[in-house]
Design a protein around this ligand. Structure first.
Ligand code: ADP
Ligand code: ASP
Ligand code: MG
Length: 416
């Protein structure tokens, strides 16, 4: 018998009609004789609504209680899907993350899965039941309920697929697959037939919200066959796999962007061995994630340091920096908000010098100011004003041959 894991995201279970449709889909797989584990998210935007409720009460919700609150969303969905399945005459059972044996680190709101005990799940599957698991949640060794970070239901699904050695893991969502860029914003984005784990991982880390980065990490580490597909239309999705076939040999495979960045600059820090460690330890100890870092010598032998952070952390970061003025010994601190990061990704970059230069030329032609830059083996990112983010993305999308029309041109040129 084949075991499959599938996951339906928030929009796909947004109302009771959609929940009934999901139940029908599960029944179809059960009727084929498969062992089916289904992970679901909270209905529609209900996680956001729970966050708003907490915000109405406090500016700094207790992380443990926040997890207690947020995990209720997924529990609503699992029970309703099981009810819908029972209406269809399918034997089914719902399991919370902890009932499904998912243990995580003792971290709230962004916990990593450390272990999965599949015995309860296997027991239900052996009894011929459809199993519904609440996404994005687990339990720590100390018995506290934890969540895996926003969008983490993908990770629950892929981790279960790995633990159960499932044949595949399908992520059903509101788009038909992984696109060259977010189709909601980049109108000429087109769907990819396949993409490699590494490229998908990079895209997910750089802001492509279609998959949770840790889900891709799990899929890569455990070689899970991962498919992203539509929950509404019965069309082929995108396969995420080890070696994706290069479509038209393009250097750049996709483009991602992220908003809400702030660049902070500290001027004339002392040029000491421990300057950088003092500054970044201060931020790390308070859980402030720093993205790009630039260090520059000044003419008077000091250093200027710039770094980028999520804008939501700016207040806290500035407080820490101001309070540590005596130890850090900087002369001035400046900040620039309303920035975003636009990134191009493709494994073909490794063997193609000049991709970054090309990217900067496109941004220059568009008169988009580049505030910071970072590179990896298969990605180049530029921090640009948020107001220019989509225009810059569209220009890069066209330049690197990712537009639908560009593809046709390349095809025609090849045939000629
Ligand atoms: P779900 O609720 O099903 O988990 P998400 O909203 O988390 O759905 O992810 C799907 C959304 O991801 C799409 O609606 C799309 O706007 C966005 N997205 C961002 N980047 C991409 C991309 N490269 N390909 C496809 N969708 C993307
Ligand atoms: N419901 C959670 C969220 O909105 C988890 C998920 O949907 O993956 O982030
Ligand atoms: Mg999602």
């Amino acid at each position: 018998m084949t075991t499959i894991v599938q996951k339906f995201g928030g929009t796909s279970v947004g109302d009771t009609d959609k929940i009934k449709r999901v139940a029908k889909r599960i029944k179809e797989r059960m009727d084929q004789g498969d062992r089916v584990v289904t992970v679901v998210s909270a209905m529609g935007k209900s996680t956001d609504k729970l966050v708003e409720l907490a915000d109405e009460i406090t500016d700094a919700p207790d992380p443990r209680e926040m997890d207690m609150l947020l995990t209720t969303g997924e529990q609503v969905t699992i029970s309703l899907v099981v009810m819908a399945l029972k209406e269809l005459g399918v034997d089914a059972v719902s399991l919370t993350g902890w009932q499904a044996g998912i243990t995580t680190e003792e971290v709230h709101q962004d916990a990593r899965i450390t272990d999965i005990d599949t015995s309860t799940l296997e027991g239900h599957l052996n009894d011929g039941k459809a199993v519904l698991v609440a996404g994005f949640q687990g339990v720590s060794e100390d018995g506290n309920i934890t969540t895996l970070g926003r969008g983490g239901s993908d990770t629950t699904a892929v981790a279960l697929a790995a633990a159960l050695e499932a044949e595949s893991c399908s992520i059903f969502t509101d788009v038909t697959g992984v696109y060259t860029s977010d189709p909601r914003f980049v109108k000429k984005a087109r769907q990819l037939g396949s993409i490699s784990y590494d490229e998908m991982l990079e895209l997910a880390h750089l802001g492509a919200g279609v998959l949770h980065p840790r889900a891709v990490e799990f899929a890569k580490n455990y070689n899970v066959k991962l498919v992203v597909r539509s929950s509404m239309e019965n069309v082929e999705g995108t396969i995420v796999e080890e070696e994706a076939t290069m479509e038209q040999n393009l250097t750049v495979r996709g483009l991602a962007f992220e908003k809400n960045m702030t660049k902070v600059t500290l001027e004339r820090l002392p040029n000491h061995y421990d300057t950088m460690s003092n500054l970044f330890k201060l931020l790390a100890d308070e859980g402030i994630n720093v993205d790009i870092i630039i260090q520059q010598m000044t003419s008077d032998h000091g250093v200027n340091v710039s770094f980028s952070i999520d804008s939501s952390h700016l207040g806290k970061a500035l407080d820490l920096i101001h309070n540590a003025r005596e130890t850090l010994c900087y002369s001035e601190v400046r900040q620039e908000s309303s920035l975003s990061k636009v990134s191009i990704v493709g494994s073909g970059m490794i063997s193609n010098p000049g991709v970054a230069a090309d990217m900067f030329k496109v941004l220059a032609d568009e008169e988009v100011a580049i505030k910071m830059v970072s590179t990896s083996e298969i990605a180049v990112s530029a921090v640009v004003p948020e107001a220019d983010m989509i225009r810059a993305s569209e220009a890069l999308h066209t330049h690197f041959g990712l537009d639908e029309k560009e593809q046709e041109k390349i095809e025609l040129a090849k045939q000629a």
